[in-house]
Design a protein around this ligand. Structure first.
Ligand code: ADP
Length: 649
């Protein structure tokens, strides 16, 4: 027969009750049932274990009777309130029993219904929350500590949510903003700074959220705050939130301003120095031009007596020395004013070395010093350098090697490859240099020779050479032995292109000269300094078949040029009213003078001036003081050009 059938015995109701008891006892939390009368109806095993009482000691007794000292009013009130309201209540706090001292419990009171006698009852589930409370406490402490730290931080910290409402601001932030916390936290950026600035913050916030580094400056009165804005998605809400971190950079800004002011001042001082240099250059060259020029003209005069010729040579020597001094000092000045620019390219060494030796041959002859032949194979390479500046350095080293040598001494130039570098060595059989003197070698105006006056020099050459080498990314040095000689060397990177044609550094080949006996050619010189005009006339006597005309004023010069249509125009740059560049422009703009070669003859000899002159379209740019041979060569070249141009037109 199936159990529970109509004819079976009545079900055993003690079974579900026992099951309920087992279930209740299995719960690890304390469970008790109390009536409105505060009498315990049931306690589970967990309850008994915690309270250290047996169930039979508890059930049927009132709470206040069991725990006369420890039942607090709150728990009794909780039973009443739970029953009258018919709602679950939670009460937490310590249990005032000696063996539970220091522990915190949380009781949940739930209305249960009535017992068999009709008394309303409450089920109380109590759990030990001491651990949780301790954790909470710790968390709160940690939060307070963090807060104190953030407040003590000398930077500004603020947090705002996706609506740009401030959710946090540290004390420093409030101090800088001069606002109490309640005026910031809970308020939006719009409210605080107005919609326009808020829109800007909104744009910045969007960029920060996209991961961009957003840093900007904000002035608050005299303070400049540099703000770094970050944005991220809040893990709990899934919404963006932003943090602004500000540091006071006012002092930095002040220092920066001072630095900028100092830099501007230095730049203007540099400009002033440069202006002074070019002014001095111009002022010195003009009289030097007359001295050097007339001395050359005199020297070419065949009627001169031997003593007069010797005196002229002295004038020339003195003037050339002065010229070199001016050039070197100005170069050094330009370097120190930061105005020296080098144009690096492939420079073929062999032709350059040959050119330098050729130029120094007369000096070597005069001093009785032999220039040893070059080893073409060694020097057959190109280096990365500025051709003009490298030539200047080599001429200085070779010149010194000749000057500081003995009669019948030797000077050699050779090259050694050191990996990607080429070392060019100038060696001599001179007196050498004592080790303690070496330091002074490259110091401007220092001369270390025993009797400096015995050898002409300025003491600038090596200082200038070192700076030039540095500007070209190279090096300069010396190995020397007293009584044996010196080896001055420079080092430059080898250039891959070693196939530069030989004539690259030499003069341009001359075009065919006009046939002898051609008609007299007119040359117009526009120059406001009468001494220079007289000098030019004297110098141009050395080019046969020329008729020189001159004009002191630029407009008159232009009129003369249009009327005369000379074969060549020589043009000063610093003219009253119109400068040489403007005159050149007008000459080029007019049909009558468009193709006439124009050579600038100027005392503006700073490298920038020369570069500007060449760029402007002058046939050549000659600087004062003029060298007779150079002037003659340029004039002849220009006239050939003029002749070719007129032949073609
Ligand atoms: P300068 O030759 O015009 O005096 P430099 O700067 O070229 O100026 O040289 C500085 C000094 O170094 C020279 O005055 C000389 O005393 C010394 N010096 C330069 N080259 C040599 C050399 N090859 N042998 C011995 N002394 C030298």
């Amino acid at each position: 027969m199936a159990a529970g059938g109509p004819n079976s015995a009545p079900p055993d109701i003690t079974l579900p009750l026992r099951l309920a008891e087992v279930a209740i006892n299995a719960i690890t939390e304390m469970v008790s049932v109390l009536g409105e009368d505060e009498v315990y109806r049931l306690v589970n095993q967990a309850w008994c274990r915690t309270m250290e009482l047996a169930a039979h000691e508890v059930v049927g007794r009132r709470a206040s009777e069991l725990f006369p000292q420890s039942v607090d009013g709150e728990r009794i009130r909780a039973i009443r309130e739970c029953l009258t309201r018919g709602q679950t209540l939670t009460v937490s706090g310590p249990m005032l029993l000696p063996h539970l001292a220091g522990r915190v419990f949380e009781g949940t009171y739930t209305p249960y219904g009535r017992d068999h006698a009709g008394v309303p009852c409450v089920v109380v589930v109590t759990r030990d929350i001491s651990e949780r409370e301790t954790q909470l406490h710790r968390l709160q402490n940690a939060q307070a500590e963090t807060r104190r730290l953030l407040d003590a931080f000398p930077g500004l910290i603020a947090e705002f949510d996706h609506r740009l409402v401030y959710t946090f601001a540290n004390d420093t932030f409030l101090r800088v903003m001069k606002q109490p916390r309640e005026a910031i936290v809970g308020h939006s950026v719009d409210e605080l700074v107005g919609p326009e600035r808020a829109d800007e913050v909104r744009r910045l916030a969007a960029r920060a959220l996209a991961g961009e580094e957003v840093v900007y400056d904000r002035w608050h009165g005299p303070r400049c705050i540099q703000i770094t804005l970050t944005g991220n998605i809040d893990a709990r809400s899934g919404l963006p939130r932003y943090h602004g971190f500000g540091i006071d950079v006012s002092r930095l800004k002040l220092a920066e301003r001072a630095l900028i002011a100092a830099r501007d001042e230095a730049e203007s001082a540099n400009r002033a120095k440069s202006q002074f240099l070019s002014h001095m250059s111009h002022e010195l060259r003009t009289p030097l031009n007359a001295i050097l020029g007339f001395a050359q003209v005199l020297k070419a005069d065949s009627t001169l007596l031997p003593a007069q010729r010797q005196q002229t040579d002295e004038i020339l020597r003195g003037a050339r020395h002065l010229h070199k001094l001016i050039n070197d000092a100005l170069d050094l000045g330009s370097i120190e004013a930061g105005r020296l620019s080098v144009e690096l390219g492939a420079v073929a060494l062999l032709p350059l070395a040959r050119d330098c030796l050729r130029l120094l041959e007369p000096l070597a002859l005069e001093r009785g010093v032999a220039l040893l032949p070059l080893h073409a194979s060694e020097l057959d390479a190109s280096v990365g350098a500025d051709a003009l500046r490298l030539r200047q350095v080599l001429l200085n080293l070779l010149g010194n090697a000749i000057k500081y040598n003995r009669r019948d001494g030797r000077v050699a130039l050779h090259a050694e490859r050191h990996g990607a570098l080429l070392r060019i060595v100038v060696s001599d059989s001179g007196p050498g240099i004592a080790p303690e003197q070496l330091e002074r070698l490259f110091v401007p105006f220092e001369r270390v020779h025993d009797e400096p006056s015995a050898v002409e020099g300025t003491g600038i050459g090596l200082a200038l050479s070192r700076r030039l080498m540095q500007a070209m990314g190279g090096q300069i040095g010396v190995e020397t032995e007293v009584g044996v000689g010196s080896r001055f060397w420079i080092e430059l990177p080898l250039h891959a292109d070693t196939a530069t044609p030989e004539h690259a550094t030499g003069p341009a080949p001359l075009a065919a000269r006009p046939a002898a006996g051609a008609a007299r050619r007119d040359v117009l010189y526009i120059e406001d300094n009468p001494v220079n005009i007289v000098l030019m006339e004297a110098m141009l006597m050395h080019v046969p078949g020329l008729a020189m005309h001159s004009e002191a004023m630029p407009l008159a010069g232009l009129e003369r040029a249009f009327a005369l249509r000379p074969a060549l125009i020589l043009l000063d740059i610093q003219l009253p009213g119109l400068n040489g560049f403007e005159v050149l422009e007008r000459l080029r703009a007019d049909e009558r003078t468009r193709f006439i070669p124009v050579v600038a003859v100027s005392a503006n000899a700073m490298p920038d001036d020369v570069a500007a002159g060449r760029a402007a379209g002058f046939f050549d740019y000659l600087t004062k003081p003029l060298e007779l041979s150079g002037l003659v060569a340029t004039v002849e070249r220009a006239l050939t050009n003029s002749w070719l141009a007129s032949a073609q037109s």
